[in-house]
Design a protein around this ligand. Structure first.
Ligand code: HEM
Length: 222
């Protein structure tokens, strides 16, 4: 077995890959939020749709997109493997009685929160990505978003998923830097600060979008 194969198969190698893919996905979250904030420009979606057209027509972005999907797949695959591996380990009686003494609630439910975010992602892609990329008769991206966020159920599901995404990142961001060995360094405060941006500010930024469009729909604002 080559050194690379044994690193990928080892627990520490998998944790490292989880950390790197997770941080890569965080950069997407930031870029995607900035793009989606264009929805708030009061021009009936002209700039937002132009931005969408630019994304789908740009060869560099399309290539990065493939990397993004592979990143998601790797993160999910390694997360599931690590979760199964930890589950198979027999806990000592002390650990069994005191799970909170060894890990935070966010870390213990990281697999569950990640799985629900994954379900959210499948529904999200089916609503927006699939029609925009594969259906020639699709409405504009702006129209798809504003139509989808007219349903209180859909918005409620988004808010629930975004809450879990925040919870997932609260553990995940810190854990990634712990794995990289940077949490004990002098950069700890900076890492905690960026962690807060990713687990609180970014999910909050996303949450404002469905709330705004549902509210506008209910009050006849657009
Ligand atoms: C709540 C606000 C959000 C809105 C309005 C929104 C809107 C969209 C739209 C319109 C697309 C299709 C873009 C295109 O193909 O041209 C898209 C794609 C995508 N969204 Fe979102 N999104 C939101 C939140 C999220 C969140 C929280 C995640 C991740 C957890 C996410 C992950 C993705 C991914 C992976 C794609 C496919 C890649 C891409 O097209 O860039 N989105 N989103």
């Amino acid at each position: 077995m080559s050194q690379t194969t044994s690193l990928v198969k080892s627990s520490i190698g998998q944790k490292l890959l989880m950390a790197l893919t997770g941080l890569f996905l965080c950069t997407f979250l930031l870029e995607h939020l900035i793009g989606n904030l264009l929805l708030f420009i009061n021009d009936g979606g002209v700039i937002y749709d132009a931005y969408g057209e630019f994304l789908s027509g740009n060869i560099v972005i399309r290539t990065v997109e493939i990397g993004l999907f592979l990143g998601f797949l790797a993160h999910i695959a390694y997360g599931t493997t690590l979760w199964l591996r930890n589950k198979r380990k027999r806990p000592t009686p002390y650990e069994q009685n005191n799970p909170s003494a060894n890990s935070t609630l966010a870390s213990r439910i990281a697999f569950v929160s990640g799985s629900i975010v994954f379900i959210f992602l499948v529904i999200h892609l089916k609503t927006f990505f699939t029609p925009l990329r594969f259906d020639a008769t699709h409405p504009s991206a702006y129209r798809l978003v504003t139509d989808a966020f007219q349903s209180p159920w859909y918005v409620g599901f988004y808010l629930f998923a975004l809450f879990l995404l925040g919870y997932h990142l609260r553990h995940g961001f810190q854990s990634a830097f712990q794995t990289l060995g940077w949490l004990q360094s002098r950069y700890k405060k900076l890492i905690m600060f960026f962690g807060f941006i990713f687990w609180f500010i970014i999910p909050l930024g996303y949450a404002i979008i469905p709330i705004y469009f549902l509210w506008s729909h209910m009050t006849g604002g657009y």
